[in-house]
Structures are given as structure tokens and as C-alpha cells.
Design a protein around this ligand. Structure first.
Ligand SMILES: [Mn+2]
Length: 432
């Protein structure tokens, strides 16, 4: 007798992989653990008849000669099949994307893919086996769940190829969406409702802020999504959820900002957390939620100006070149410094132009290499004041299709902001 099984606490990847073994090995019996994830339960309550899953209790262990294990390689994660461990002459096959554990198998298909089901689909494809749209849908759910809809960094090209293959086999995305929406479930709905009951809108300078503090009992997943929805419903510039876990006395603070002038990442970093301008979070031990609220308000007051200032993120000192410098010298300087452009100044250090790679294309003859840089530079350069925001700088870069903007204070260049500076800022790669 040949059986297939997967780990307890089964998720969509596990059950998809399990179901896929019956495509590859038509004579295998599918043994599904009794403990499975809630969203999987919902799916099975409707689709159970389509898959012939058995419990380990239905299996006569003595008769098992072949075992196929998917999405794990650990004995302790199998349910009710421990006694197979000591069975001699047991034929074991493993399909897994986790590091090797203690099940010793004669045949192992292991790759660091985003989902285990990816490995089984690859085999199904190779064997040219036919799958139904419902199977394709379940398999695709496995890929999407384990790769966060192909966004987790663990996602490999093979996962994406196999997802495309399943769509080609008519996997149904609307069914998939119905059952994968576990992120916003009953617990989250309850938290949102309680946040809304306790909501207060505050005005700080020109911004609307809302902070809602509620008690939670133990861990609640996906609170970030709840705060996101909360901000949209309450319709404020920035919203905070302070979640006090009554079990551990820890506070989780999650913030969402819809305005570039309230930088959530910066506020949360001051609280020991992190994030990017639009979203951030921090965890605080032994929290006093009232203190925390006033602290947040102080941080917003203190931060919304400094957080946006270009002065904080610009590169300096800035290299400038006098307008009469021969273009050849400028080219050498750029190569040496590894930059693609530089601001040009007159004898009084006023900004008169900027030269970039593009301008060098205007040079036609070698003799021109001795001409002053002012003959080739772009005049009327775009510049920006030091107290403007990174977002404004980014907008100017897009509007003028330029990669660098000199930063001015009292008509003098005090720094420069490049496309990579703004990228670093928006993706929160700045060192703390
Ligand atoms: Mn998995």
C-alpha cells in the first residue's frame, strides 16, 4: 500500500502538494492530518468530496510499503504515522522546500522554492499529466499562500513559471481570492469595530490624526491591515493603533500615514521600531498607553517638518566645477568621483548650470574637449530649497527627467540630492 501525507497544521501549500501526489502516483492514498488551518477548513467544507482524503486512523500501518511526504521532512510533524519510522523496507519519497530534517528517504526532491507545490507541478508538467481546473486552483492557492502572492523574497522563477502553467490550466482566481482572504477575518473585524468605537479625531497643525488604543488578548495577526482600513474609514492624514496585549503587558503601535509630511518610519524609529514614510510599527514593553498617546502627539508635532527636510538626506559636501574649466577636465573628474553629473558655478559660486552624461553627447570633435564646460552645460538648472521634502525633489526629477538636483540655501549650493538618495529615503535604507 502506498500512502502520501503532509505536516500537521496543514496550510494550502501542504494540502495542494498532498493532492498533487495523487496526480503523479494514481495508486496512492492521501492521508490528511486532522489539524489543519482555519482557512483550509473553510475550503475543504465545500470541496471535500472532490478529494479523497483519509485520516491516519483509517490506515493499516502494517500494510504500508511506500510513503510519500510533502512540504516537510520531519517525523514529528507527521500525525499518527510515527510507527512507520522503524519500519524496514519502507519506500520513502520526499517533496520539500524546507531544510532537510530527520526523515531518511530513498528519493528526495528538494529545492529552495517559495512553495513545495511548485516542485510537484514541475513533475506533473514533465509527465504531461492532465489536471482539472479545480486542481489547478488548489495548486495555485498553495503557491500564492506560501509566496505571499509571489511577493515574498523566497519566491523563485520556478514558482512564477508554475503559477503561469496553472493559470494556463484554468486555475480560477475568483475562487482563490475567496479562500485566501484569511488576513481579514473575524478577529480582525472585531478589532476594527472596537477601534472605530473609540475613535477620536485630532488636529495637529494642518493635519488630522486619529489614535485608537484598545486591549487585545494574545496575538492577533495582520493588525497592520486593520490599521490601514481604520485610516481609510476614519479618513485622517495619519492613524495609529495602540494595541495593548493584556497577557504580556506589551504594546504594539502601528501607524499609517497618507501624507508625506508625517513620516511614519521616522516616528516609529524614535520609539525603537521602524518602517517607511507611509507605514511603521514599534513594540514597547510595559507600556502605559496614555503616556504613549501623548508621546506620539509630541513626535508628530516635532517631526513633520524635520522629517521632510532635504537637508537631512542630501549628499554633501557637493563637488562643483567652475564654468571656465575645460570639459576634458570635468570628464576626468566625473570618472574619478564615479558620478554622472556635477553643478557648474561662476566665479562668485552662483549656480549657473549643470553638466551630466547627456550633455557630453553634444561634443562632436576632439578639439572641443578643451572648450570651457559652460559651452556644453545645461543652463537654468533645476534646484530646490533645503527645507523642501524628498517627495518634492522626486517630483521635480520625474517632471524634468533629471537624476540630480542641487540643494540651495540663501542662493548657495549646500548639497545635492540624487535619484539614489531619494530611493534610499523612500525605501528606508538609511542607517538609523
Ligand atoms: Mn510550504
Amino acid at each position: 500500500m502506498k500512502i502520501s501525507t503532509t505536516h500537521t497544521g496543514s496550510d494550502f501549500d501542504a494540502i495542494a502538494s498532498l493532492a498533487a501526489t495523487s496526480v503523479i502516483y494514481p495508486d496512492t492514498i492521501l492521508v490528511l492530518p486532522n489539524s489543519i488551518n482555519p482557512n483550509l477548513k473553510a475550503f475543504l467544507s465545500i470541496h471535500k468530496d472532490l478529494f479523497d482524503f483519509k485520516s491516519s486512523r483509517d490506515i493499516e500501518i502494517d500494510k504500508v510499503t511506500s510513503l510519500i511526504v510533502v512540504d516537510t521532512s520531519s517525523w514529528k510533524r507527521l500525525e499518527g504515522l510515527q510507527s512507520l519510522k522503524d519500519k524496514e523496507d519502507l519506500n520513502i519519497t520526499i517533496y520539500d522546500h524546507h531544510p532537510m530534517d530527520d526523515i531518511e528517504a530513498g528519493h528526495v526532491i528538494r529545492e529552495k522554492t517559495g512553495a513545495a507545490i511548485t516542485l510537484l507541478i514541475q513533475e506533473i508538467k514533465r509527465l504531461k499529466k492532465i489536471i482539472t481546473p479545480i486542481q489547478a486552483t488548489l495548486f495555485l492557492m498553495g503557491i500564492y499562500e506560501d509566496t505571499g502572492n509571489l511577493t515574498f523574497t523566497s519566491t523563485t522563477p520556478l514558482d512564477v513559471h508554475m503559477a503561469a502553467y496553472l493559470l494556463d490550466r484554468r486555475a480560477d482566481l475568483s475562487i482563490l481570492n475567496t479562500f485566501l482572504q484569511h488576513a481579514y477575518g473575524k478577529k480582525q473585524k472585531d478589532v476594527l469595530a472596537r477601534m472605530l468605537l473609540k475613535t477620536e479625531r485630532l488636529n495637529i497643525d494642518d493635519f488630522t490624526i486619529s489614535i485608537s488604543t484598545i486591549d487585545i488578548h494574545g496575538r492577533v495577526e495582520n493588525l497592520a491591515i486593520v490599521v490601514q482600513m481604520y485610516r481609510e474609514i476614519v479618513n485622517v492624514d495619519a492613524a495609529f493603533g495602540i494595541f495593548k496585549d493584556t497577557k504580556t503587558d506589551k504594546c504594539m503601535i502601528i501607524g499609517r500615514s497618507g501624507t508625506e509630511e508625517i513620516n511614519m518610519g521616522l516616528i516609529m524609529r524614535s520609539l525603537g521600531g521602524g518602517g517607511h514614510p507611509g507605514a511603521g510599527s514599534a513594540q514597547i514593553k510595559n507600556c502605559n498607553s496614555e503616556n504613549l498617546e501623548s508621546m506620539l502627539l509630541e513626535l508628530i508635532k516635532g517631526n513633520h517638518h524635520s522629517s521632510v527636510s532635504l537637508g537631512d538626506i542630501m549628499s554633501y559636501p557637493v563637488i562643483t566645477v567652475n564654468e571656465n574649466t575645460p570639459i576634458e577636465e570635468v570628464a576626468m573628474l566625473l570618472r574619478e568621483k564615479g558620478c554622472t553629473g556635477v553643478p557648474i558655478t561662476d566665479k562668485d559660486n552662483n549656480l549657473v548650470g549643470i553638466i551630466s552624461r547627456r550633455d557630453f553627447k553634444k561634443i562632436r570633435k576632439t578639439a572641443q574637449m578643451q572648450s570651457p564646460v559652460k559651452a556644453f552645460m545645461s543652463r537654468n538648472p533645476v534646484s530646490i530649497s533645503y527645507d523642501k521634502s524628498a517627495m518634492e525633489a522626486a517630483r521635480l526629477m520625474i517632471r524634468h527627467d533629471i537624476g540630480r538636483i542641487p540643494i540651495m540655501r540663501d542662493n548657495k549650493i549646500i548639497g545635492i540630492i540624487t535619484r539614489s538618495d531619494t530611493m534610499l529615503y523612500f525605501y528606508d535604507l538609511l542607517p538609523d
